[in-house]
Design a protein around this ligand. Structure first.
Ligand SMILES: Cc1cc2nc3c(=O)[nH]c(=O)nc-3n(C[C@H](O)[C@H](O)[C@H](O)COP(=O)(O)OP(=O)(O)OC[C@H]3O[C@@H](n4cnc5c(N)ncnc54)[C@H](O)[C@@H]3O)c2cc1C
Length: 366
């Protein structure tokens, strides 16, 4: 019988798994080598979506998680981490427009809400955008999408979970005996005995798997996030323009992002990460061109996040067949997925059969 579960990692996945385990009556200890939300969950665009996710099972998991976010935010009085403002998106070249048409057709065939807007429609939603930056039509609008503030969500999940929390003490060993994990060793020397362990270590999930003798292929990438100073600009949704992706980030700040400058983040010999200033300037210029009201805003901070991407791009969820009390909860798009996917994993840890939903995402496919 599973009584005590050790959860490794206190990002969105660790928080979601811990909260669900505790809600179901397990004793939970969550361990993080740093602070909660100190990993990727503290440096993410955190757009909640299922925009073009393939195959269908991945799309369905994302939609279920978007619904879980909306439900949790609705059920918790005063919740402040979930924003369902929708997402506007348009292409800047013939190829991009064609890709967007295919995406809208695909998600619509899945029953996912997507509409085509004209420039005038889009300006009614986001009146501070510069009309000259918008096409006359073919602006896609996905009304059920939005974004979360992962740090606020994580704080909520841990505040209600009643879990034992150990911060700033990394997992350095996983003890295995008789085909089962028996305990987890921490840098401090503390050894935590466990009936089950859940690997929620994000970009370091391959390292934790390796400690347990399992090989998890990962192909992580880095992304650059630019946070502006507060500006009196009206925005209330996610916008994907050709040169810049942006969304509000609280107190008048905007968060700017684009995959085009992923390569601007470099790891120095010292281990520090630096970001090319010209790339940041280009992104800010694109943001100001789209929202002229950002003219006086400056760059308040720059963060570099590491996307935890399993080898084939799909989530890795559920138990390891050769080590049946060792479980995975690892994916990209974790801001979207973790609330629902984490709850599925927690249910399986405690013996519930979630075979159907977890089948496409199991570790044994590698
Ligand atoms: C630039 C960028 C943009 C993104 N945009 C989106 C988006 O728009 N929508 C979306 O859904 N997702 C997005 N993502 C992905 C999403 O943010 C991640 O999938 C999610 O945050 C991962 O959460 P996690 O809990 O798995 O990992 P993390 O938040 O990294 O948490 C893992 C934790 O494990 C801890 N840990 C690691 N090793 C050890 C150890 N040995 N011992 C103890 N603790 C350990 C770390 O300290 C960390 O706190 C984006 C990511 C990036 C980088």
């Amino acid at each position: 019988m599973v009584e005590h579960v050790v959860v490794i990692g206190a990002g969105v996945y660790g928080a979601a798994v811990s909260a669900e385990l505790a809600r179901r009556g397990a004793r939970v200890t969550v361990v993080d080598g740093g602070a909660p939300a100190g990993g990727t969950s503290g440096a993410t665009f955190s757009w909640t979506n299922s925009c073009g996710k393939q195959p269908r099972a991945y799309h369905d998991l994302s939609v279920a998680s978007m619904e879980a976010h909306a439900k949790l935010a609705h059920d918790v009085p005063g919740s402040d981490w979930y924003h369902e403002g929708g997402n506007l998106e348009w292409g800047g070249s013939d190829d991009e427009c064609e890709r967007l048409r295919r995406k809208v057709a695909m998600v619509s065939s899945y029953g996912y809400e997507a509409r085509w807007l004209t420039r005038a429609d889009a300006l009614r939603l986001e009146p501070d955008m510069n009309p000259a930056q918008l096409p006359a039509d073919e602006i896609a609008y996905f009304p059920a999408e939005g974004w979360i503030e992962p740090t606020r969500l994580i704080a909520h999940l841990f505040s209600t979970a009643g879990v034992e929390r150990i911060w700033h003490d990394a997992v350095t060993g996983v003890d295995v005996s008789g085909g089962r994990v028996t305990s987890v060793l921490l840098a401090s020397g503390q050894r935590l005995t466990a009936d089950a362990v859940v690997n929620c270590a994000g970009p370091q999930a391959d390292h934790i798997a390796d400690l347990a003798g399992l090989d998890l292929p990962m192909r992580n990438t880095r992304g650059v996030l630019v946070y502006t100073s507060p500006a009196a600009v009206s925005t209330s949704r996610v916008v994907h323009a050709p040169q810049v992706h942006l969304r509000p980030d609280g107190a008048g700040r905007l968060l700017l992002h684009t995959h085009d400058i992923d390569g601007a983040a470099q790891v120095l010999d010292t281990g520090e990460i630096s970001v090319e200033q010209t790339a940041v300037d280009r992104l800010m210029a694109a943001g100001r061109a789209l929202y002229p009201g950002l003219g006086a805003a400056s760059v308040e901070s720059i963060r570099v996040g590491e996307r935890p991407i399993p080898g084939d791009g799909l989530p890795v969820l559920g138990r390891a067949p050769d080590l049946p009390n060792f479980h995975f909860a690892v994916s990209h798009s974790g801001a979207t997925l973790s609330l629902y996917a984490g709850a599925l994993v927690a249910a399986e840890v405690l013996g519930e059969d979630r075979t159907g939903e977890l089948a496409p995402f199991r570790f044994e496919r590698f």
